[in-house]
Design a protein around this ligand. Structure first.
Ligand code: UDX
Length: 453
């Protein structure tokens, strides 16, 4: 593609990755077409409504529907005709054995193949195992045959640019990336990709070499899985240490601080607790383990990482049972349901796993979450022993203990003298080690964290 050609972008799949990405590029000045096959979702987005919780996305959406930098359609063919850079942002869910199911990517590749009649750059953004880009390329190359173009005339190039956006912080992460990984198998494409990111580099006042990391497509695919597997490893490592701390009466938060101050280790992702959840870390870790197996590599270390995380739920429940006998006649307050703060996403939420376990034991629960009440109501039956509370204080009302399962900042800002006064027994099990021990003890509570005594 001639760099001077105006680039029009099409983003296929307007979910947690696609929509913030599309709007981010629109905000940088590109013309972006969002393509969403789900008609109801597409209509809602076209009317300015975001079908999920993500700070800042609705504002960008309304701004760029008005500026006409962003539009939404459902027709792949029309988008392919109008755009020259096509982003694949469809889901790659887990198969039953944990491997990544890339069928949505493959189906999209078939649709693109049938619509392409002039040169396009295809950017694979969906997280997928190593060699997926090659599979996509092989499907797309058939476009040459269909158009009766000699195979040496390239109709498509496939580039891998994995996403590292965090849920709840996607807009922030788009505009402030730690790095942008770009997998290319043809270095002639480099200039065009740099042009694509030029407005962002200008906005964040960074140069190309400190932000854009070029490599081959396989290395880019592995980089994404390796990044999430490493984050999961860090979390399971500190959670394993927290078990030792709990056993011997040490404090894992002190250990985290001590080791995190070494820049070779780093302080982030060392907060011990009931473990990680969400759509990405668990799914990508499992897919990476399967990818290792597929290639005959021993990834058993990552299997342990996964196991430590799964065990967190049992470790936490055992702690609660250990300190409260005869749970059947008790009521437990639950603070936090989403897999992490600032989202209503319950996918792989450790909190929801704990809830299912306690509900199966018919234990009475009063639950509260700032965002995720509606989503949680859909998961449980009316007959289940759950009451949905209106605030953290309401959940604590007449309860025998509070279980803190998501690290929402407002939980630590409660008036604990008042919380003490409304509870039957002043017990707190802090699954996220987020409360101030001294404040709680001063208010008469018994406090149990994860790996802090
Ligand atoms: C993750 C990656 O961070 C992101 O780069 C990738 O693109 C998608 O996957 P996300 O799923 O939004 O992002 O969650 P993240 O913010 O990474 O948190 C994951 C889980 O780890 C949460 O359940 C959180 O509560 C837990 N966590 C995080 C801890 O238990 N301790 C910590 O110190 C940090």
């Amino acid at each position: 593609m001639d760099n001077k050609t105006t680039m029009t972008l099409a983003v296929f799949g307007l979910g947690h990755v696609g929509l913030p990405t599309a709007l981010g590029f629109a905000d940088l000045g590109w013309n972006v077409i969002g393509v969403e096959s789900d008609k109801i979702k597409a209509e809602s987005i076209a009317n300015g409504y975001v079908p999920f919780n993500e700070d800042g996305v609705e504002f960008l959406l309304r701004t760029h529907l008005r500026s006409k930098k962003f539009s939404v359609i459902t027709d792949t063919k029309v988008a392919v005709e109008q755009a020259n850079i096509l982003f694949m942002c469809v889901a790659t869910p887990s198969d039953e054995n944990g491997s990544a199911n890339i069928s949505q990517l493959e189906n999209l590749a078939f649709q693109l193949r049938d619509s392409i009649s002039s040169y396009k750059i295809i950017i694979q953004k969906s997280t997928a195992p190593v060699n997926t880009a090659e599979k996509i390329r092989n499907i797309l190359l058939e476009a040459n045959l269909k158009n009766e173009i000699q195979s040496n005339e390239k109709l498509v190039d496939v580039v891998v640019i994995p996403e590292f956006l965090r849920e709840g912080k996607a807009v922030d992460d788009f505009f402030n990336p730690h790095r942008i990984v770009i997998g290319l198998d043809d270095m002639n494409l480099k200039e065009t990709i740099v042009e694509l990111y030029r407005p962002l580099l200008k906005k964040i006042k960074k140069d190309e070499s400190s932000t854009l990391v070029f490599m081959d497509t396989r290395s880019a695919e592995i980089s994404k899985h390796a990044a999430n597997a490493f984050l999961a490893t860090k979390l399971s490592f500190i959670n394993m240490i927290s078990d030792l701390c709990a056993k011997v009466g040490a404090n894992v938060d002190s250990v985290s601080r001590a080791i995190g101050m070494d820049p070779r280790i780093g302080a982030d992702f060392l907060q011990a607790g009931i473990g990680y959840g969400g759509e990405c870390l668990p799914k990508d870790l499992s897919a990476f383990i399967e990818s290792g197996k597929d290639n005959g590599i021993n990834f058993s270390m990552l299997e342990e990482v996964k196991k430590v995380n799964e065990d967190r739920v049992n470790v936490f429940i055992a702690k609660v049972l250990n300190h409260l006998d005869n749970l059947q006649d008790k009521t437990l307050a639950v603070w936090g349901l989403s897999f992490k703060p600032f989202t209503d996403d319950l996918r792989n939420s450790q909190s929801i796993k704990i809830l299912h376990n306690l509900v199966a034991q018919k234990i009475k629960l009063r639950v509260y979450d700032p965002y995720a009440m509606d989503a949680t109501k859909k998961l449980f039956k009316i007959s289940d022993s759950i009451t949905f509370a209106e605030s953290p204080m309401d959940a604590a009302q007449s309860s025998n203990a509070i279980l803190i399962l998501t690290e929402w900042p407002q939980f630590s800002e409660q008036d604990f003298a008042k919380v003490f006064s409304v509870m039957k027994t002043p017990l707190i099990f802090d699954g996220r080690n987020m409360l101030n021990f001294d404040v709680l003890i001063a208010n008469g509570f018994k406090y149990y964290g994860m790996g802090i005594g």
